[in-house]
Design a protein. Sequence first.
Length: 159
Amino acid sequence: MHTEYIAVRRHTIERLIAYDGQAIAVGTTSVRTLESLYYMGLKVMENPDLTEEQLHVNQWEPYDGNGKKEDVRVVLQALLDWMDRHALTVLHSSTQIIIAPGYDYHIVKMLVTNFHQPQSTLLLLVSAFVKGDWRRIYDYALSHDFRFLSYGDSSLLIP
């Protein structure tokens, strides 16, 4: 999976906490960014001396089998506390997270996204979000002449 560089303002993380760590993501880059915040927070909970570069989320990190599940608000607060210790108002890091079937979403509760190409990582992300029910959604879109890809129609997905 390619690396995406992210910048998240402190205010955004504060708002996430205020909304119980739940968000509606618009676009797959937003999904990857929001979900990566969870894993970055876990990292600083384990090692508060990490640098921004060390917060990078590796491709298969969510699937490493450690089974650790923390309250999202606690994890995000740990990330805010880490930002305070480093006098940061904006978190700059990167992610290679791949979201595929079997992924357990932590922050994103609804998703607005386009209809993606078959056999793409973006369709894997959608499939994970709707618990594998993507074919029914895409069959509906195809049978109703929805437009696909970047400049096509979008969908609001609520699992």
